[in-house]
Design a protein around this ligand. Structure first.
Ligand SMILES: [Zn+2]
Length: 101
């Protein structure tokens, strides 16, 4: 199992899982029952994640997700490549980990 996507919310996670399923990649949504703001959990684990079951599908899965992210409206946030947090498009560094975006 390999994580390929951290979604902002559950519907997005299922959308990505469906996207992968449509090209024959078996994937699972994890953290499905962990809504944001769960007291003691680290923030990253409170988001739903999409994992592919077979690592041989990784490359194609990442391609699908990249094109999914590019298809989103321009006003949408950009995702930090280092920590996966969402940042407004005009940010040059991640608000969360301070890495360049
Ligand atoms: Zn970051």
């Amino acid at each position: 199992m390999q994580r390929v996507f951290t979604a902002a919310h559950l519907p997005e996670a299922h959308l990505v899982r469906g996207l992968l399923a449509s090209v024959g990649i078996p994937a699972r949504v994890l953290n499905e029952y962990a809504p944001g703001g769960l007291g003691d959990l680290p923030a990253a684990s409170a988001y739903p994640e999409v994992w592919v079951e077979d690592e041989r599908d990784l490359l194609l899965a990442r391609k699908m997700i990249t094109s999914y992210e590019q298809d989103r409206p321009a006003a949408e946030a950009q995702r930090c490549p280092a920590c996966g947090e969402e940042n407004p498009r005009h940010f040059a560094v991640c608000w969360h980990c301070q890495k360049p975006l």
